[in-house]
Design a protein around this ligand. Sequence first.
Ligand code: LLP
Length: 384
Amino acid sequence: MFTIENIKALEKLSTPAYVYDLPLLRKNISVALNESKKYGYKIHYAIKANNNPRILEEIQKLGLGADCVSGQEIDLAVRSGFKTNEIVFAGVGKTDKEIQTALKHQIFAFNVESVQELEVIGEWALVLKLPASIALRINPNVDAKTHHYITTGLDENKFGVLSHELDRCLEIIKENEYLNFKGLHFHVGSQIMDLSVFRRLCLKVNEWNEWFYERGVEVPVLNLGGGLGVNYEKADEEAIAEFEAFFAIFNQFLEPKEHQEIHFELGRSLVASCGSLLSRVLYIKNGLKKNFAILDAGMTELLRPALYQAFHKIECLDERESDNMVSYDVVGPICESSDCFGKEVLLPELKRGSLMAIRTAGAYGEVMSSRYNLREELTFYFKE
Ligand code: LLP
């Protein structure tokens, strides 16, 4: 990771800024690839986790496919060099324009989330005379045991085709010569630390696989989605996700048919550890009950703590250890009380200008930033 020496070596360090450690990104992804290749699995990178062009360039070079959730992400993936036949497209609200974009690029598969969406894709495929490959997203009703905002695989969630609609979906595909059935798609949530969730997912997938098999429908691909969590408590270089155990579970519990391909869509576990948000202390305010360290970064640069009460490690890069440790609420400058990175964080005594790093911010950090309060554009640094 970045040491204070190499960060300070950055001339005229401007904050707030994201710094990305590209060697750590490459190391992380090579672990994921080695583990997945043991079983012949294919990984698509979930671009929504981080769409920084430099990050995409690295990931594309390593040979991953791309999982996109908008027409713009598809265009960006193509511009970044991802192969069009290795792009999948998910999302419950694909617009006509996005469907056309995906058809034009002849992507690997639409991950379809409703009957009506399937009909619309079919209509556009006929109009444009361009074939569309379809994977049906099934909601397996598996509890991801994660924050309820990022749980997607329960009956009460908006994702996926309902099970009683699957026969209708197969009929629509059969009736339209431009629609090809490519397989099944599942994704039960994100930041999943309890790996038994994936065992339960496998058991459900086996049941659905059997359901199609019994109807004589060939399922070329099973896409198991993403969701593997990272340990935000650890130092970034140690926050490598449990890729070995993750893929081993699928190898042990999934029962694919002969020639079935197994795909994944990983986001966070590939990119979270390589990014930190750098910020300087603007002011220290010693209140009656609390000390506040007010940073020049806020929820506009990293929304996760405000939105999900997510934990991110906060460090002072000028001085890591001190005899004089002080408890601070580390907050941002935005006019919202939720604009807080951490409460009662023990840190060396801070002063105006202290350089701070908020760790493990490479996933769902930059991409969820906003210009609320008309904030300035972010700055980026890369460790090559
Ligand atoms: N596939 C689908 C269909 C998804 O919806 C997602 C993430 C992924 C794959 C990638 O999941 P991952 O491997 O990154 O867990 N903003 C939240 C996370 C939202 C995840 C949305 N879907 C956060 O900051 O925690």
